[in-house]
Design a protein around this ligand. Structure first.
Ligand code: ME8
Length: 497
Protein backbone atom coordinates (compact mmCIF):
# COMPACT_ATOMS: atom_id res chain seq x y z
CA UNK A 1 0.00 0.00 0.00
CA UNK A 2 1.16 3.54 -0.70
CA UNK A 3 1.00 6.67 1.42
CA UNK A 4 1.61 10.12 -0.09
CA UNK A 5 1.95 13.08 2.28
CA UNK A 6 2.73 16.71 1.45
CA UNK A 7 3.57 19.96 3.24
CA UNK A 8 3.10 23.40 1.74
CA UNK A 9 6.14 24.64 -0.12
CA UNK A 10 7.43 27.52 1.97
CA UNK A 11 8.29 31.01 0.75
CA UNK A 12 12.00 31.46 0.99
CA UNK A 13 12.15 35.18 1.65
CA UNK A 14 13.22 34.34 5.22
CA UNK A 15 14.56 31.45 7.29
CA UNK A 16 12.14 28.75 8.50
CA UNK A 17 10.50 29.47 11.84
CA UNK A 18 8.52 27.35 14.30
CA UNK A 19 5.42 27.39 12.09
CA UNK A 20 7.26 25.87 9.12
CA UNK A 21 8.93 23.34 11.38
CA UNK A 22 5.53 22.41 12.80
CA UNK A 23 3.95 21.33 9.52
CA UNK A 24 7.12 19.60 8.35
CA UNK A 25 7.62 17.68 11.61
CA UNK A 26 3.95 16.64 11.51
CA UNK A 27 4.34 15.37 7.95
CA UNK A 28 7.54 13.56 8.93
CA UNK A 29 5.82 11.94 11.88
CA UNK A 30 3.10 10.64 9.54
CA UNK A 31 5.66 9.50 6.97
CA UNK A 32 7.70 7.60 9.58
CA UNK A 33 4.57 6.07 11.09
CA UNK A 34 3.17 4.83 7.81
CA UNK A 35 6.58 3.45 6.80
CA UNK A 36 6.58 1.50 10.06
CA UNK A 37 3.24 -0.03 9.15
CA UNK A 38 4.76 -1.33 5.94
CA UNK A 39 3.48 1.24 3.45
CA UNK A 40 5.43 2.61 0.53
CA UNK A 41 5.67 6.26 1.57
CA UNK A 42 6.23 9.32 -0.58
CA UNK A 43 6.82 12.52 1.41
CA UNK A 44 6.96 15.74 -0.60
CA UNK A 45 8.12 19.12 0.67
CA UNK A 46 10.00 22.05 -0.81
CA UNK A 47 10.24 25.76 -1.41
CA UNK A 48 8.08 28.36 -3.15
CA UNK A 49 10.58 30.57 -4.91
CA UNK A 50 8.60 32.94 -7.12
CA UNK A 51 6.68 36.17 -6.55
CA UNK A 52 7.51 39.77 -5.83
CA UNK A 53 8.28 39.33 -2.18
CA UNK A 54 11.09 36.89 -2.93
CA UNK A 55 12.57 39.30 -5.48
CA UNK A 56 12.25 42.14 -2.96
CA UNK A 57 13.98 40.11 -0.25
CA UNK A 58 16.90 39.41 -2.60
CA UNK A 59 17.10 43.09 -3.49
CA UNK A 60 17.13 44.10 0.17
CA UNK A 61 20.06 41.77 0.72
CA UNK A 62 21.79 43.20 -2.35
CA UNK A 63 22.12 39.84 -4.11
CA UNK A 64 20.82 38.57 -7.41
CA UNK A 65 17.64 36.60 -6.96
CA UNK A 66 19.10 33.31 -8.28
CA UNK A 67 21.90 33.38 -5.68
CA UNK A 68 19.43 34.32 -2.98
CA UNK A 69 17.05 31.44 -3.67
CA UNK A 70 19.86 28.91 -3.94
CA UNK A 71 21.23 30.00 -0.61
CA UNK A 72 17.81 30.01 1.06
CA UNK A 73 16.79 26.59 -0.30
CA UNK A 74 19.94 25.25 1.39
CA UNK A 75 18.94 26.94 4.66
CA UNK A 76 15.62 25.06 4.57
CA UNK A 77 17.28 21.76 3.68
CA UNK A 78 19.79 22.15 6.52
CA UNK A 79 16.98 22.83 8.98
CA UNK A 80 15.14 19.69 7.84
CA UNK A 81 18.32 17.68 8.21
CA UNK A 82 18.74 18.98 11.75
CA UNK A 83 15.14 18.06 12.51
CA UNK A 84 15.52 14.48 11.24
CA UNK A 85 13.05 15.06 8.41
CA UNK A 86 12.84 12.08 6.05
CA UNK A 87 11.38 13.70 2.93
CA UNK A 88 11.43 11.70 -0.28
CA UNK A 89 11.57 14.69 -2.60
CA UNK A 90 12.46 18.34 -1.98
CA UNK A 91 10.87 20.36 -4.76
CA UNK A 92 11.89 23.88 -5.78
CA UNK A 93 9.50 25.82 -7.99
CA UNK A 94 12.43 27.21 -10.00
CA UNK A 95 13.31 23.69 -11.25
CA UNK A 96 12.92 23.12 -14.97
CA UNK A 97 10.72 20.10 -14.34
CA UNK A 98 8.26 22.22 -12.37
CA UNK A 99 8.28 25.10 -14.85
CA UNK A 100 7.40 22.59 -17.57
CA UNK A 101 4.50 21.24 -15.50
CA UNK A 102 3.13 24.74 -14.90
CA UNK A 103 3.36 25.74 -18.57
CA UNK A 104 1.86 22.46 -19.74
CA UNK A 105 -1.04 22.66 -17.32
CA UNK A 106 -1.64 26.32 -18.21
CA UNK A 107 -1.68 25.45 -21.89
CA UNK A 108 -3.97 22.47 -21.36
CA UNK A 109 -6.47 24.63 -19.45
CA UNK A 110 -6.30 27.33 -22.14
CA UNK A 111 -7.00 24.70 -24.76
CA UNK A 112 -10.02 23.35 -22.90
CA UNK A 113 -11.39 26.84 -22.24
CA UNK A 114 -10.83 26.86 -18.47
CA UNK A 115 -8.32 29.69 -18.82
CA UNK A 116 -9.35 32.78 -20.81
CA UNK A 117 -8.13 36.36 -21.40
CA UNK A 118 -9.86 39.20 -19.50
CA UNK A 119 -9.01 42.19 -17.33
CA UNK A 120 -8.40 42.36 -13.61
CA UNK A 121 -9.26 45.48 -11.77
CA UNK A 122 -9.07 45.40 -8.01
CA UNK A 123 -6.86 44.92 -5.00
CA UNK A 124 -3.83 42.72 -4.41
CA UNK A 125 -1.94 41.91 -1.21
CA UNK A 126 1.75 41.28 -1.92
CA UNK A 127 2.64 39.67 1.46
CA UNK A 128 -0.27 37.20 1.07
CA UNK A 129 0.14 37.01 -2.72
CA UNK A 130 -3.59 37.16 -3.11
CA UNK A 131 -6.32 39.02 -4.99
CA UNK A 132 -8.91 40.59 -2.72
CA UNK A 133 -12.56 41.08 -3.70
CA UNK A 134 -13.82 44.68 -3.49
CA UNK A 135 -16.53 43.64 -1.03
CA UNK A 136 -13.84 42.80 1.52
CA UNK A 137 -12.13 46.20 1.34
CA UNK A 138 -12.80 49.51 3.06
CA UNK A 139 -12.17 51.88 0.12
CA UNK A 140 -11.09 54.73 2.45
CA UNK A 141 -8.40 52.63 4.07
CA UNK A 142 -7.69 49.67 1.77
CA UNK A 143 -6.10 46.91 3.87
CA UNK A 144 -5.77 43.15 3.46
CA UNK A 145 -8.61 41.53 5.46
CA UNK A 146 -6.27 38.70 6.47
CA UNK A 147 -2.94 40.31 7.35
CA UNK A 148 -4.14 43.93 7.85
CA UNK A 149 -1.42 45.36 5.63
CA UNK A 150 -1.86 47.94 2.84
CA UNK A 151 -2.95 46.51 -0.52
CA UNK A 152 -2.05 47.51 -4.07
CA UNK A 153 -4.59 48.62 -6.64
CA UNK A 154 -4.19 46.68 -9.88
CA UNK A 155 -5.75 47.24 -13.25
CA UNK A 156 -4.28 44.91 -15.81
CA UNK A 157 -5.11 42.57 -18.65
CA UNK A 158 -4.92 39.08 -17.31
CA UNK A 159 -5.70 35.46 -17.97
CA UNK A 160 -8.36 33.97 -15.70
CA UNK A 161 -9.00 30.49 -14.43
CA UNK A 162 -12.72 29.71 -14.59
CA UNK A 163 -13.03 29.02 -10.86
CA UNK A 164 -16.70 30.06 -10.77
CA UNK A 165 -17.57 27.09 -12.99
CA UNK A 166 -16.32 24.71 -10.30
CA UNK A 167 -18.40 26.05 -7.39
CA UNK A 168 -21.17 23.53 -7.95
CA UNK A 169 -18.93 20.50 -8.60
CA UNK A 170 -16.93 21.43 -5.50
CA UNK A 171 -20.02 21.54 -3.32
CA UNK A 172 -21.16 18.21 -4.72
CA UNK A 173 -17.74 16.77 -4.07
CA UNK A 174 -17.67 18.01 -0.48
CA UNK A 175 -21.15 16.66 0.12
CA UNK A 176 -20.25 13.21 -1.10
CA UNK A 177 -16.88 13.23 0.75
CA UNK A 178 -17.72 14.63 4.17
CA UNK A 179 -14.28 13.94 5.67
CA UNK A 180 -11.99 15.33 3.02
CA UNK A 181 -11.24 18.60 4.83
CA UNK A 182 -10.05 18.29 8.40
CA UNK A 183 -10.74 19.23 11.15
CA UNK A 184 -14.41 18.68 10.28
CA UNK A 185 -15.50 22.22 11.15
CA UNK A 186 -13.19 23.48 8.39
CA UNK A 187 -15.17 21.56 5.80
CA UNK A 188 -18.31 23.50 6.79
CA UNK A 189 -16.35 26.73 6.70
CA UNK A 190 -15.10 26.03 3.17
CA UNK A 191 -18.53 24.98 1.99
CA UNK A 192 -20.12 28.17 3.29
CA UNK A 193 -17.47 30.22 1.57
CA UNK A 194 -18.10 28.51 -1.78
CA UNK A 195 -21.84 28.93 -1.37
CA UNK A 196 -21.35 32.70 -1.29
CA UNK A 197 -20.14 32.38 -4.89
CA UNK A 198 -16.69 32.12 -6.45
CA UNK A 199 -15.05 34.63 -8.79
CA UNK A 200 -12.81 33.54 -11.62
CA UNK A 201 -9.17 33.74 -10.58
CA UNK A 202 -6.58 35.91 -12.29
CA UNK A 203 -3.67 33.57 -13.01
CA UNK A 204 -1.18 35.93 -14.63
CA UNK A 205 0.78 38.94 -13.40
CA UNK A 206 2.84 41.42 -15.42
CA UNK A 207 5.99 39.82 -16.72
CA UNK A 208 8.05 42.15 -14.53
CA UNK A 209 7.02 39.97 -11.57
CA UNK A 210 9.58 37.25 -10.74
CA UNK A 211 7.90 34.06 -11.92
CA UNK A 212 7.33 31.44 -14.58
CA UNK A 213 6.68 32.81 -18.04
CA UNK A 214 3.15 32.00 -19.20
CA UNK A 215 2.65 30.04 -22.46
CA UNK A 216 0.47 32.84 -23.86
CA UNK A 217 0.96 35.05 -26.94
CA UNK A 218 1.52 38.06 -24.61
CA UNK A 219 4.29 37.73 -22.05
CA UNK A 220 3.11 37.32 -18.47
CA UNK A 221 4.34 35.72 -15.28
CA UNK A 222 2.16 32.94 -13.94
CA UNK A 223 0.41 33.90 -10.67
CA UNK A 224 2.52 32.49 -7.86
CA UNK A 225 -0.28 30.43 -6.29
CA UNK A 226 -1.20 28.80 -9.59
CA UNK A 227 2.48 27.93 -9.91
CA UNK A 228 2.90 26.81 -6.28
CA UNK A 229 -0.12 24.52 -6.04
CA UNK A 230 1.08 22.59 -9.05
CA UNK A 231 4.21 21.54 -7.13
CA UNK A 232 2.18 18.60 -5.83
CA UNK A 233 1.70 17.36 -9.38
CA UNK A 234 5.32 17.98 -10.39
CA UNK A 235 6.37 16.07 -7.27
CA UNK A 236 4.27 13.14 -8.47
CA UNK A 237 6.00 13.31 -11.88
CA UNK A 238 2.96 14.67 -13.69
CA UNK A 239 3.20 14.63 -17.42
CA UNK A 240 0.39 14.78 -19.91
CA UNK A 241 -2.34 13.74 -17.49
CA UNK A 242 -0.30 10.93 -15.93
CA UNK A 243 1.63 10.71 -12.66
CA UNK A 244 3.64 8.15 -10.76
CA UNK A 245 1.78 5.57 -8.73
CA UNK A 246 1.63 7.70 -5.57
CA UNK A 247 -1.14 9.96 -6.89
CA UNK A 248 -3.43 11.16 -5.31
CA UNK A 249 -1.95 12.55 -2.06
CA UNK A 250 -3.39 10.73 0.96
CA UNK A 251 -2.85 13.62 3.36
CA UNK A 252 -2.01 17.21 2.51
CA UNK A 253 -0.96 19.20 5.56
CA UNK A 254 -1.07 22.98 5.75
CA UNK A 255 -1.85 25.84 8.08
CA UNK A 256 -5.34 27.30 8.26
CA UNK A 257 -3.97 30.51 6.63
CA UNK A 258 -3.82 28.80 3.27
CA UNK A 259 -6.81 26.50 3.51
CA UNK A 260 -8.89 28.26 0.86
CA UNK A 261 -6.13 27.94 -1.72
CA UNK A 262 -5.92 24.22 -0.96
CA UNK A 263 -9.58 23.46 -0.41
CA UNK A 264 -11.06 25.52 -3.24
CA UNK A 265 -8.59 26.60 -5.94
CA UNK A 266 -6.49 23.43 -5.82
CA UNK A 267 -9.34 20.90 -6.11
CA UNK A 268 -10.91 23.03 -8.83
CA UNK A 269 -7.64 22.95 -10.78
CA UNK A 270 -7.52 19.17 -10.39
CA UNK A 271 -11.13 18.88 -11.55
CA UNK A 272 -10.30 20.98 -14.60
CA UNK A 273 -7.40 18.62 -15.32
CA UNK A 274 -9.50 15.52 -14.73
CA UNK A 275 -7.18 14.39 -11.92
CA UNK A 276 -8.17 12.52 -8.80
CA UNK A 277 -8.52 14.71 -5.68
CA UNK A 278 -6.50 14.28 -2.45
CA UNK A 279 -7.81 11.97 0.24
CA UNK A 280 -7.47 14.44 3.10
CA UNK A 281 -6.66 18.14 3.35
CA UNK A 282 -5.71 18.87 6.95
CA UNK A 283 -5.49 22.50 8.09
CA UNK A 284 -3.71 22.79 11.41
CA UNK A 285 -3.84 25.83 13.69
CA UNK A 286 -1.31 28.55 14.31
CA UNK A 287 1.42 28.97 16.84
CA UNK A 288 0.83 32.36 18.33
CA UNK A 289 2.86 34.68 20.49
CA UNK A 290 0.31 36.19 22.83
CA UNK A 291 -2.75 36.23 20.61
CA UNK A 292 -0.82 37.13 17.42
CA UNK A 293 0.08 34.58 14.76
CA UNK A 294 3.80 33.91 14.75
CA UNK A 295 4.99 35.15 11.38
CA UNK A 296 8.14 36.45 9.81
CA UNK A 297 6.40 39.58 8.53
CA UNK A 298 5.12 40.41 12.02
CA UNK A 299 8.66 40.03 13.34
CA UNK A 300 7.58 37.90 16.33
CA UNK A 301 9.14 34.60 15.28
CA UNK A 302 11.08 32.38 17.64
CA UNK A 303 14.22 30.94 16.11
CA UNK A 304 13.95 27.13 16.05
CA UNK A 305 17.76 26.92 16.29
CA UNK A 306 17.57 28.31 19.84
CA UNK A 307 14.98 25.74 20.93
CA UNK A 308 16.80 22.85 19.26
CA UNK A 309 20.00 23.91 21.00
CA UNK A 310 18.24 24.07 24.36
CA UNK A 311 15.88 21.06 24.18
CA UNK A 312 17.41 18.92 21.43
CA UNK A 313 15.75 17.95 18.14
CA UNK A 314 13.47 15.44 19.85
CA UNK A 315 12.50 17.81 22.65
CA UNK A 316 11.48 20.31 19.98
CA UNK A 317 9.59 17.73 17.92
CA UNK A 318 7.84 16.35 20.98
CA UNK A 319 6.70 19.74 22.24
CA UNK A 320 5.18 20.74 18.90
CA UNK A 321 3.39 17.44 18.40
CA UNK A 322 2.11 16.97 21.94
CA UNK A 323 1.30 20.44 23.22
CA UNK A 324 -1.90 21.14 21.27
CA UNK A 325 -4.42 18.93 19.46
CA UNK A 326 -3.56 19.13 15.76
CA UNK A 327 -6.00 21.53 14.16
CA UNK A 328 -6.19 24.03 17.05
CA UNK A 329 -4.07 27.11 17.76
CA UNK A 330 -1.30 26.93 20.34
CA UNK A 331 0.20 29.79 22.26
CA UNK A 332 3.96 29.49 22.37
CA UNK A 333 5.84 30.19 25.58
CA UNK A 334 9.18 29.02 26.85
CA UNK A 335 7.65 28.18 30.24
CA UNK A 336 5.23 25.72 28.59
CA UNK A 337 8.12 24.22 26.69
CA UNK A 338 10.20 23.72 29.84
CA UNK A 339 7.25 22.33 31.79
CA UNK A 340 6.42 19.71 29.17
CA UNK A 341 10.05 18.80 28.63
CA UNK A 342 10.72 18.28 32.33
CA UNK A 343 7.51 16.42 33.13
CA UNK A 344 6.98 14.18 30.09
CA UNK A 345 10.52 13.66 28.87
CA UNK A 346 12.95 14.07 31.76
CA UNK A 347 10.58 12.67 34.42
CA UNK A 348 8.30 10.13 32.76
CA UNK A 349 10.24 8.64 29.86
CA UNK A 350 13.73 9.55 31.06
CA UNK A 351 13.23 8.17 34.56
CA UNK A 352 11.60 4.97 33.40
CA UNK A 353 14.53 4.18 31.14
CA UNK A 354 17.14 5.25 33.62
CA UNK A 355 15.64 3.42 36.57
CA UNK A 356 15.08 0.22 34.63
CA UNK A 357 18.52 0.09 33.07
CA UNK A 358 20.07 0.92 36.39
CA UNK A 359 18.32 -2.11 37.89
CA UNK A 360 19.48 -4.34 35.04
CA UNK A 361 23.02 -3.26 35.75
CA UNK A 362 22.89 -3.54 39.53
CA UNK A 363 20.78 -6.68 39.94
CA UNK A 364 21.46 -8.59 36.73
CA UNK A 365 25.03 -7.61 35.86
CA UNK A 366 23.77 -5.69 32.84
CA UNK A 367 22.07 -8.69 31.21
CA UNK A 368 18.47 -8.34 30.05
CA UNK A 369 16.39 -11.15 31.59
CA UNK A 370 14.24 -13.57 29.60
CA UNK A 371 11.09 -11.91 28.35
CA UNK A 372 8.30 -13.57 30.31
CA UNK A 373 5.70 -10.91 29.81
CA UNK A 374 2.51 -11.03 31.79
CA UNK A 375 -0.69 -11.36 29.81
CA UNK A 376 -1.82 -8.09 31.36
CA UNK A 377 1.24 -6.34 29.98
CA UNK A 378 0.78 -7.97 26.59
CA UNK A 379 -2.80 -6.68 26.50
CA UNK A 380 -1.58 -3.23 27.41
CA UNK A 381 0.90 -3.31 24.50
CA UNK A 382 -1.81 -4.45 22.07
CA UNK A 383 -4.21 -1.80 23.26
CA UNK A 384 -1.58 0.94 22.97
CA UNK A 385 -0.62 -0.13 19.45
CA UNK A 386 -4.27 -0.20 18.36
CA UNK A 387 -5.06 3.21 19.88
CA UNK A 388 -1.94 4.83 18.46
CA UNK A 389 -2.88 3.43 15.07
CA UNK A 390 -6.40 4.81 15.34
CA UNK A 391 -5.14 8.29 16.26
CA UNK A 392 -2.35 8.37 13.68
CA UNK A 393 -4.85 7.51 10.98
CA UNK A 394 -6.89 10.54 12.09
CA UNK A 395 -3.73 12.72 12.12
CA UNK A 396 -4.17 13.22 15.87
CA UNK A 397 -0.59 13.41 17.13
CA UNK A 398 -1.16 14.65 20.67
CA UNK A 399 -3.76 11.95 21.28
CA UNK A 400 -1.46 9.24 19.90
CA UNK A 401 1.38 10.44 22.13
CA UNK A 402 -0.96 10.53 25.07
CA UNK A 403 -1.63 6.79 24.57
CA UNK A 404 2.10 6.10 24.64
CA UNK A 405 2.46 8.16 27.79
CA UNK A 406 -0.25 6.12 29.47
CA UNK A 407 1.93 3.06 28.90
CA UNK A 408 4.96 4.91 30.28
CA UNK A 409 3.01 5.88 33.40
CA UNK A 410 1.82 2.33 33.84
CA UNK A 411 5.40 1.05 33.79
CA UNK A 412 6.62 3.73 36.20
CA UNK A 413 3.76 2.75 38.49
CA UNK A 414 4.80 -0.90 38.27
CA UNK A 415 8.31 0.00 39.41
CA UNK A 416 6.92 2.09 42.26
CA UNK A 417 4.62 -0.64 43.53
CA UNK A 418 6.83 -3.69 42.94
CA UNK A 419 10.02 -1.97 44.21
CA UNK A 420 12.39 -4.43 42.50
CA UNK A 421 15.39 -2.85 44.28
CA UNK A 422 14.24 -4.38 47.55
CA UNK A 423 12.09 -7.29 46.30
CA UNK A 424 13.09 -11.01 46.22
CA UNK A 425 15.29 -11.78 43.21
CA UNK A 426 12.74 -13.70 41.09
CA UNK A 427 10.07 -11.10 41.54
CA UNK A 428 12.54 -8.27 40.83
CA UNK A 429 13.62 -10.05 37.66
CA UNK A 430 10.00 -10.39 36.60
CA UNK A 431 9.30 -6.69 37.11
CA UNK A 432 12.45 -5.70 35.26
CA UNK A 433 11.46 -7.93 32.34
CA UNK A 434 8.07 -6.20 32.12
CA UNK A 435 9.72 -2.79 32.15
CA UNK A 436 12.42 -3.63 29.63
CA UNK A 437 9.87 -5.10 27.24
CA UNK A 438 7.79 -1.94 27.74
CA UNK A 439 10.81 0.23 26.95
CA UNK A 440 11.40 -1.84 23.82
CA UNK A 441 7.81 -1.24 22.70
CA UNK A 442 8.00 2.43 23.61
CA UNK A 443 11.17 2.83 21.54
CA UNK A 444 9.13 1.77 18.50
CA UNK A 445 6.01 3.71 19.37
CA UNK A 446 7.84 7.02 19.84
CA UNK A 447 10.01 6.60 16.74
CA UNK A 448 7.78 8.68 14.40
CA UNK A 449 7.82 11.57 16.87
CA UNK A 450 11.27 11.19 18.41
CA UNK A 451 13.56 9.16 16.16
CA UNK A 452 16.83 10.16 17.86
CA UNK A 453 15.54 9.00 21.25
CA UNK A 454 14.56 5.64 19.76
CA UNK A 455 18.08 5.29 18.38
CA UNK A 456 19.56 6.03 21.80
CA UNK A 457 17.32 3.44 23.45
CA UNK A 458 18.20 0.81 20.84
CA UNK A 459 21.86 1.47 21.51
CA UNK A 460 21.38 1.08 25.24
CA UNK A 461 19.47 -2.16 24.70
CA UNK A 462 22.18 -3.33 22.32
CA UNK A 463 19.83 -3.89 19.41
CA UNK A 464 20.44 -2.87 15.85
CA UNK A 465 17.42 -1.72 13.90
CA UNK A 466 17.54 -0.72 10.28
CA UNK A 467 15.46 2.41 10.12
CA UNK A 468 13.95 1.81 6.73
CA UNK A 469 12.75 -1.56 8.03
CA UNK A 470 11.64 -0.60 11.53
CA UNK A 471 8.18 -1.96 12.11
CA UNK A 472 5.60 -1.54 14.82
CA UNK A 473 5.39 -5.09 16.13
CA UNK A 474 6.08 -7.01 19.30
CA UNK A 475 8.78 -8.92 17.44
CA UNK A 476 11.36 -6.62 19.02
CA UNK A 477 10.80 -8.48 22.28
CA UNK A 478 12.32 -11.64 20.82
CA UNK A 479 15.63 -9.85 20.39
CA UNK A 480 15.93 -8.53 23.88
CA UNK A 481 16.40 -11.59 26.13
CA UNK A 482 19.94 -12.18 27.27
CA UNK A 483 21.48 -9.06 25.73
CA UNK A 484 24.14 -7.15 27.59
CA UNK A 485 22.96 -3.57 27.85
CA UNK A 486 25.17 -0.90 26.36
CA UNK A 487 26.47 2.27 27.96
CA UNK A 488 23.75 4.11 29.81
CA UNK A 489 22.90 7.59 28.69
CA UNK A 490 20.68 10.22 30.26
CA UNK A 491 17.98 10.70 27.60
CA UNK A 492 16.74 14.11 28.75
CA UNK A 493 18.57 16.35 31.18
CA UNK A 494 16.12 18.43 33.24
CA UNK A 495 16.05 22.04 32.11
CA UNK A 496 16.17 24.79 34.72
CA UNK A 497 13.56 27.53 34.51
O1 ME8 B 1 1.95 30.20 2.33
N1 ME8 B 1 1.77 28.46 13.01
O2 ME8 B 1 4.22 29.81 2.37
P1 ME8 B 1 4.62 30.32 3.84
C1 ME8 B 1 1.66 27.28 12.37
N2 ME8 B 1 4.28 29.45 -0.19
N3 ME8 B 1 2.07 27.07 11.11
C2 ME8 B 1 2.63 28.09 10.46
C3 ME8 B 1 2.78 29.37 11.05
C4 ME8 B 1 2.32 29.52 12.40
N4 ME8 B 1 2.43 30.65 13.06
N5 ME8 B 1 3.37 30.17 10.16
C5 ME8 B 1 3.60 29.44 9.04
C6 ME8 B 1 3.00 29.88 1.79
N6 ME8 B 1 3.17 28.17 9.22
C7 ME8 B 1 2.99 29.37 0.36
C8 ME8 B 1 2.47 27.96 0.34
S1 ME8 B 1 1.78 25.71 -0.94
C9 ME8 B 1 1.35 25.30 -2.48
C10 ME8 B 1 2.31 27.37 -1.02
C11 ME8 B 1 3.24 27.07 8.24
O3 ME8 B 1 6.11 30.34 3.88
C12 ME8 B 1 1.86 26.57 7.86
O4 ME8 B 1 1.98 25.31 7.27
O5 ME8 B 1 3.90 31.54 4.20
C13 ME8 B 1 1.46 27.60 6.82
O6 ME8 B 1 0.38 27.19 6.03
C14 ME8 B 1 2.75 27.68 6.02
O7 ME8 B 1 3.79 27.59 7.04
C15 ME8 B 1 2.87 28.98 5.24
O8 ME8 B 1 4.16 29.09 4.77
Amino acid sequence: MKFFVTTPIYYINAKPHIGHCYTTIAADCLAKYHRMTGKDVFFLTGTDEHGDKIAQAAKEKGVVVEDFINEMAEVFKKMWEKLDISYSRFIRTTEKEHKDTVRNVFKKLMDNGDIYLGEYSGYYCVPCECFIPKAKIDEKNPMCPDCRRPVKILKEKSYFFRLSKYAKPLIEYLDSNPNIIQPAFRQDEVKNFILQGLNDLSVTRPNTVWGIESPTPEKYSVYVWFDALLNYLTGAEYSDGKTNTFWPPDVQLLGKDILRFHAIIWPAMLMALGMELPGKIFAHGWWTVGKEKMSKSKGNVIDPAYLIERFGTDGFRYFLLSEVPFGLDGEYSEEKFIKRFNSDLANDLGNLTNRTLNLVEKLLNGFIPDMFISSQMEKLFDRTIANVDKFMNCVAFSEALNEIWKLISELNRLLDTEKPWSAPFQSAKQTIAQCISGIGMISLLIYPAMPATSRKIWKMLDIEIQEDKVSLSKEILNFLSGRKTGKREILFMRVKT
